[in-house]
Design a protein. Structure first.
Length: 275
């Protein structure tokens, strides 16, 4: 064997070792990622179960309520979506459900490779005795401002500060104006930048980027505060006048009143909470 052949042979052997070592490292990294994903999911479930107990709620790792069936625009986003980790029960006078929601968007690069980009949220929903038009209240962003420029304008209100900070969408402009009065606007401006809101039918949704289980109380409290700030006139026009009377101490409007929306169903996979 010539010196040149020996050198080539050693180079091939060395390249093979490097390739094998890279393969081992890649496999180890994949295994570590799979283990960490499993551990993070397990840890979150354990912490949510503890949080549910502290809040006086029940907990299920699976969504047996089909929360995706609720009529909110958030649940139509993406190319695929799912829900899990549901907490439910009564909390400070509200019958509610809190859950994790995610969706992904697929994209394809110039070489035909497909990838998924995930977005994760913490959501809480309740019912009120009102037939709401679809309404969304989110913070202004680069994307919402771009939509305004291309003609997909949101609803504007008398407060310029509110218009700058919030993006309000509804097919029923009057309903939006009846719900978002001066008192509601002031509260929204003071509620922080984390939360967004939707209404549709009897349902009210509050959501934010996924939070830690120990941070659930502010999310639930924000939903309650939003419901508490729904104006009396909105209940009178779109819901149960007796509910408005109970909230504001005024006599019910007229002898005929719309029947209240049934409360959320008791815990279980079936019930009246979903449409």
């Amino acid at each position: 064997m010539t010196d040149m052949s020996l050198v080539i042979g050693q180079g091939v052997w060395h390249a093979a070792r490097v390739e094998a070592l890279i393969g081992v490292v890649v496999a180890a990294l994949i295994g570590l990622f799979i283990w960490y994903s499993w551990y993070a999911k397990k840890k979150r479930r354990e912490e949510l179960a503890i949080a549910a107990k502290q809040l006086g709620l029940q907990y299920s790792a699976q969504d047996t309520f089909n929360c995706l069936a609720l009529p909110f625009g958030l649940f139509d986003k993406g190319d695929g979506r799912g829900t899990e980790n549901v907490l439910w029960g009564g909390w400070q006078g509200l019958d509610l459900r809190e859950f994790d929601y995610w969706y992904y968007e697929e994209s394809t690069d110039s070489e035909g490779h497909t990838s998924k980009s995930y977005s994760h949220f913490s959501c809480v929903v309740t019912q009120i005795p009102m037939s709401s038009a679809p309404l969304s209240v989110t913070r202004e962003s680069i994307f919402t401002r771009f939509a305004d420029h291309v003609g997909l304008r949101d609803i504007e209100f008398e407060s310029e500060r509110f218009n700058r900070e919030f993006n309000v969408k509804s097919k029923d402009r009057k309903f939006a104006n009846d719900v978002i009065d001066a008192r509601m606007m002031q509260w929204l401006l003071e509620s922080g930048e984390r939360y967004a809101f939707e209404m549709n039918g009897p349902y009210v949704l509050t959501y934010c980027k996924r939070i830690k289980p120990l941070e659930l109380t502010p999310l639930l409290g924000t939903l309650k505060a939003y419901v508490d700030h729904v104006p009396r006139v909105a209940y009178s026009l779109y819901g149960d006048p007796a509910r408005a009377a109970a909230l504001y101490g005024a006599p019910p409007a007229g002898p005929t009143q719309a029947p209240p929306v049934p409360p959320p169903s008791p815990p279980g996979p079936a019930g009246t909470f979903l449409p």
